[in-house]
Design a protein around this ligand. Structure first.
Ligand code: GDP
Ligand code: ZN
Length: 461
């Protein structure tokens, strides 16, 4: 495939100070060469692949030196996009980086669309769709654990599993063919029947195993929606502050944040907590007072985790009991705060009301009990054991939807086999399952879906 040369500013992960102008395409080296001046006079089209070169970017029309740079030159296909790639490392501010970018455009490159580099890697067969999506997840990852999941997916872990399952289905389909072609042989039919059930069950189990990771996967990817509630003065703001302090907030501007619910992320033991309505806690102290009873019920209902704060130094009040009533049946951690003061609360009563949900005592003033709280949060969502990072998680809603559909198809196939439905009808369900799994890795994906997926990427990736 011959594509034009694209250019964008792209900053490497974790390194804010350096900006890179990245070029990819047939003309990448020639365009860079027009702008590059080396102290020794060497030309970029003469140098070896995968080498780095010091020099200056000079505006050819004025001979003015624009920037001092290091240029990485990589010839395809051993590059991310499989095309020739140039990376111009600039150390100057945004203005000079922009000028370098403008010069590449003036001399033949086109400004890349968001995600276009990754799209090229996909189109040129370098990565499959689930890997491309992992690149996007990686950019947005909020904790190390989320990053590991994305890295695993980028590494092709999900792809490999999906391909293996598709292979199983293909083999099964091949046996179905035998059965259709030679229906007169009884033993073939018998074997096929057994084998169909066996293989389809394997596929179904594997799909289900993947789907079971989706809850955790989604949490890692999107954060655990968390609400702190409690009467005035029990220590909600103190709790929020200590969570944010100990774990530093990760993201401040989240697209789609509505005006009346403000969110902040903190990383607790690898679990990204999305703290909902923290502004409410900070400003008016009372979520119910601020957004009204109905709305706060709605916020609570949509929360994945509720941190309910109670006062160790006071008896349970009617308001406490009402709050406990509201969070009945929800994932809640009970935090009994102010243990540095004398106990007036009835802990046994709380244990009753908590109904097996975790209770943690804290003195936020003396910074005690915070570890235990974080432990409780971690184990609530990773069931006590630290999940090994090589588990394949599905976290992407597109993948989850496709796996759910594939699960339906394979279940239909199994039901059909067991009910003795004609084998060519079972074949339809198996084929559908095979196609749905294929969409995860981008086999037979519609063109417009591809455009839509890649437009979600950050610029320069
Ligand atoms: P909120 O109204 O629920 O947000 O409560 P705040 O976090 O604003 O705390 C109310 C008051 O209790 C403040 O004066 C805090 O300093 C104090 N406070 C918070 N945690 C503790 C604690 O563990 N022990 C003591 N003695 N005071 C605390
Ligand atoms: Zn407060």
């Amino acid at each position: 495939m011959d594509l034009d040369t694209i250019a964008a500013i792209s900053t490497p992960l974790g390194e804010g100070a350096i900006a890179i102008v990245r070029l990819s395409g047939e003309g990448a080296i020639a365009i860079a060469d027009k702008l590059y001046k080396s102290p020794s006079g060497k030309r970029l089209n003469e140098v070896e692949s995968h080498t780095i070169h010091y020099g200056h970017i000079v505006d050819p029309s004025t001979d003015e030196v624009v920037e001092e740079v290091m240029i990485s030159l990589m010839r395809g296909p051993r590059t991310f996009t499989r095309e020739d790639v140039i990376e111009i490392n600039c150390h100057g501010g945004l203005v000079t980086v922009n000028r370098v970018l403008q010069l590449t455009v003036k001399y033949g490159a086109r400004l890349a669309e968001p995600g276009e580099f990754t799209k090229r890697a996909f189109l040129n067969g370098r990565i499959d769709l689930s890997q491309a999506e992992a690149v996007m997840d990686l950019i947005r990852a909020k904790t190390d654990r989320a990053m590991n999941v994305a890295l695993g997916q980028m590494d092709g872990r999900l792809s490999k599993l999906v391909k293996r399952l598709r292979q199983e289905i293909l083999e099964t389909l091949a046996h179905v063919e035998v059965n259709i072609d030679y229906p007169e042989y009884d033993d073939v039919e018998e074997m096929t029947h057994q084998m169909l059930i066996e293989k389809a069950t394997i596929v179904k189990n594997e799909i289900n195993k993947l789907l079971q990771t989706s809850q955790q996967g989604k949490i890692l990817r999107e954060g655990l929606s968390t609400v702190i509630i409690g009467r005035p003065n029990v220590g909600k703001s103190s709790l929020l502050n200590s969570l944010v302090h100990e774990n530093k907030a990760i993201v401040t501007d989240i697209p789609g944040t509505t005006r009346d619910v403000i969110e902040e992320y903190v990383n607790v033991r690898g679990v990204p907590l999305r703290l909902v309505d923290t502004a409410g806690i900070r400003e008016t102290e009372d979520i119910v007072e601020r957004i009204g009873v109905e709305k706060s019920r709605k916020v609570l209902k949509e929360a994945d985790l509720i941190l309910l704060v109670l006062n160790y130094h006071e008896e349970l009040t009617l308001e406490d009991i009402q709050l406990i009533e509201v969070v009945k049946g929800m994932d809640t951690i009970f935090i009994v705060n102010k243990t540095d003061l004398s106990r007036k609360i009835d802990l046994e009563k709380i244990e009753q009301l908590a109904e097996d949900r975790p209770i943690v005592t804290t003195s936020l003033l003396e910074e005690k009990g915070i570890d235990e709280l974080e432990e409780a949060i971690g184990s609530l969502f990773f069931e006590g054991n630290v999940q090994s990072s090589d588990l394949t998680y599905v976290s992407n809603s597109r993948h989850i939807a496709l796996l759910t559909a594939a699960n339906q198809s394979i279940s239909d196939a199994l039901d059909g086999i067991e009910a003795g439905i004609p084998i060519d009808i079972v074949q339809i369900d198996l084929t559908r399952c095979w196609e749905q799994l294929g969409e995860i890795i981008g086999d037979s994906v519609h063109e417009s879906l591809i455009d839509q997926l890649f437009s979600q990427f950050c610029l320069g990736k």
